[in-house]
Design a protein around this ligand. Sequence first.
Ligand code: URA
Length: 224
Amino acid sequence: MDYLKKMYLESIGIDYLPGGMPPSIEQGSDTATEFATLQELRDEIGDCRRCPLSKDRHHIVFGVGNPDADLVFVGEAPGRDEDDQGEPFVGKAGQLLTKIISAMGFSRGDVYICNVIKCRPPDNRDPLPAEIEMCEPFVKEQLRIIKPRAICALGSFASQTLLKSEIKISRLRGQFHDYYGVPLMPTYHPSYLLRNPNAKRDVWEDIKKVMELLDLPLSRHENS
Ligand code: URA
């Protein structure tokens, strides 16, 4: 995996290879300009009218949390509660995500939480390809600015979009994948867990791998 190769090369002091180094998060951006801070990127998005989702939205749901987070959670798109409040993952699924974050020993303010799509699709329909094309550069730029040590992609939409993959979430989850040199763990979306509580066990296995990677203590949460 590229991120392991890169970590190894850096650990032995190598930052140049004749054939080129593995891709880094700096290459993950698609925006015409690179922004120094999340606020500068948010200012650029402004009162976005780039796609038809802007017509019915109440708030652009940009993202919340620590701009220097070691861990970023990326979901799909805001739902009704998020559109009302302007904050990602504040509805029922969000409450479950908050519990997962607490079980890791974090608060919401320690990590960063955002979505691939920043405006609510009507009736929670899947985002359309043109909407993804317009909005995806912003999540990529958020990840480039934050440069987390790990990313957790929630559900098939976020995982497949970031990894440019069509593989099912049930096969993607459970192992790290490379996102421009950053280890990315796909796992089930909290909304899926609300409908399928048995899958919580799998998510906890995925989360434990993330905790291990981030050197977070596991033992006190083992029985959660
Ligand atoms: N589902 C998502 O993918 N994101 C949110 O912010 C809320 C629900």
